[in-house]
Design a protein around this ligand. Structure first.
Ligand SMILES: Cc1cc2nc3c(=O)[nH]c(=O)nc-3n(C[C@H](O)[C@H](O)[C@H](O)COP(=O)(O)O)c2cc1C
Length: 491
């Protein structure tokens, strides 16, 4: 891509960041002073404001410079700043970076996380920056977008010079030198990209870029694995998640059972006809297993039953250490292993259970870690509204009449698997989750309890509850647990 030449003496105004309403959003002022944001058939009330504010919100359609919000000189200014913050919190704003009074945008920033607010990180001429290995450019519809699973926002590229600057930044560059490049897209843009971790600063001595970005927990991630993790969960992107039937009307529903293969058939019926007479207790347990979404509020699960479930399904049976054997006679460092009731890829046992307890006889409402080696529950000081948010999300995912009595979040210690496996680490973790889910289902059935796997989970919420970085240990599955409301509830 060639950047257009600048005419001698031509100076462009420095670009500024403006906030504007997402094009799907309309602001409606109500007679009682309430301002409501309306979009896609939804309405979000943003609070009550003075009549004078209604006239000041007009620029939000085209773009209101955000630095003008910082200098709140009078009450209406302060109201405007508050309204803009509330719109931002609800994900109803986007931000344009463009020279003042110009309609030529450089980029449009689309927040991907609720707490995103555009801030250009400080850069000095002597700083060296480089593109994150997690950043990528792609076509989305008819837009070119710059994204990263580490970033709280995505950047819609509106000027080819921006793409050219990004391409240049695949190699580390000193800011001072970059500024002299033809078509340089500007310091404000670089500051915004740095703030979103699409760029990162390098120290004077930077041998290997992979190790220079982030911590050891980040270094173990492959690009596609981190992208898959953040985009197949909730919390770090703004795309709708779940059963939205996006291809209805375009593609007919695929069948429940595969179309038959043409070929000679061997009938197995005669070997399996008498299930009732011959089936083992295990075969019966498999047939009995089903998802339970409706729980008995009068007789909740007890702490004793929970302890048994964890003992039977998850507890460490024993532990040993052996040196890493490369198979060619050479050995590596000593590695710890454990034996547990369910299988795990590479014997990694990277999965950890966190329990959001709503209603359990003998156990206080709260958030707990299950220590599978010591067979103990460790209380974690999470905020009540965060525990409630997890339980409500689980209830919603199950379309259930009440919160689960206990919500088990299965979190992965990603480095335990990624330290060994290239390219397949995340897929192995998801396979381990499937194995553990079935183990929890069967154990719950065996104990007369009920449960249901849940396909979604908010990785940002969990990060806030545990104080752990999303790439170090995070949710990869969930299981709602309790005593079923009635025998035979199949949800
Ligand atoms: C990986 C996985 C994710 C699931 N996610 C959900 C979910 O989010 N909400 C829900 O109500 N059921 C969920 N289920 C349960 C399935 O809907 C259920 O297993 C399926 O309908 C078959 O019914 P059964 O489990 O009663 O035999 C999930 C099951 C699995 C294995």
């Amino acid at each position: 891509m060639r950047a257009p030449r600048k005419k001698r003496g031509q100076r462009t105004a420095a670009p500024v960041i403006s906030a504007r309403l997402n094009e799907r959003v309309t602001l409606v002022s109500q007679p009682d002073g309430a301002i409501v944001a309306a979009f896609d058939g939804y309405a979000v009330e943003l609070g009550r404001f003075s009549a004078s504010l209604a006239k000041r919100v007009q620029p939000l359609r085209t773009g209101l410079p955000i630095n003008s919000l910082a200098s709140s000189r009078n009450a209406v200014d302060r109201e405007l700043a508050l309204l803009v913050r509330r719109l931002a919190k609800s994900g109803l704003l986007e931000y344009r970076l463009a020279p003042l009074r110009s309609d030529k945008d450089l980029v449009i920033i689309e927040p991907q996380m609720a707490d995103y607010w555009p801030q250009a990180a400080k850069l000095a001429a002597t700083d060296t920056v480089v593109l994150s290995r997690f950043a990528y450019l792609r076509r989305r519809g008819t837009d070119m977008v710059l994204e990263s699973p580490r970033s709280a926002a995505l950047f819609r590229i509106a000027d080819p010079n921006v793409a050219a600057t990004i391409a240049v930044l695949s190699t580390p560059h000193k800011i001072g030198r970059l500024r002299r490049e033809q078509g340089f897209a500007g310091l404000a843009l670089l500051g915004l990209l740095l703030d979103c971790q699409i760029l990162f600063k390098l120290d004077a001595k930077h041998e290997r870029l992979r190790w220079a970005e982030g911590d050891a927990g980040l270094a173990v991630w492959d690009f596609h694995d981190l992208l898959f993790h953040t985009h197949s969960t909730e919390g770090r992107h703004a795309t709708p998640v779940g059963g939205s039937y996006p291809h209805i009307g375009l593609i007919p529903p695929p069948p429940a059972v595969r179309a038959r293969w043409n070929g000679p058939e061997i009938d197995l019926q005669k070997f399996t006809a008498e299930f009732e007479e011959t089936a083992s207790p295990f075969a019966r347990l498999l047939r009995e297993r089903h998802s339970t979404r409706d729980f008995d509020e009068e007789h909740p699960i007890t702490l004793q039953e929970l302890a048994k479930l964890l003992d039977h399904a998850v507890r460490v049976q024993w532990k040993w250490t052996s040196p890493l054997d490369f198979g060619d006679g050479s050995v590596g460092p000593d590695i710890d292993y454990t034996r547990r009731p369910y299988p795990s890829a590479g014997s990694a046992y990277e999965l950890e259970l966190y329990l959001s307890v709503s209603h359990c006889d003998g156990l206080e409402r709260g958030f707990y870690f299950y220590d599978a080696e010591r067979h103990t529950l460790v209380a974690i000081d999470a905020r009540a509204h965060e525990i409630e948010a997890q339980l409500v999300a689980a209830q919603f995912a199950m379309d259930a009449p009440m919160r689960p009595q206990i919500l088990i979040t299965i979190a992965a210690r990603f480095d335990r698997v990624a330290w060994k496996y290239s390219a397949i680490a995340y897929s192995l973790i998801l396979k381990d989750v499937g194995v553990l889910l079935q183990t929890l289902y069967l154990t719950a059935t065996d104990l007369g309890l009920g449960g249901c796997a849940i396909g979604t989970g908010n990785i940002d919420l969990f990060a806030r509850m545990t104080g752990q970085a999303f790439h170090v240990e995070g949710p990869v599955g969930q299981f709602a647990l309790g005593r079923g409301a009635s025998v035979g509830d199949s949800g």
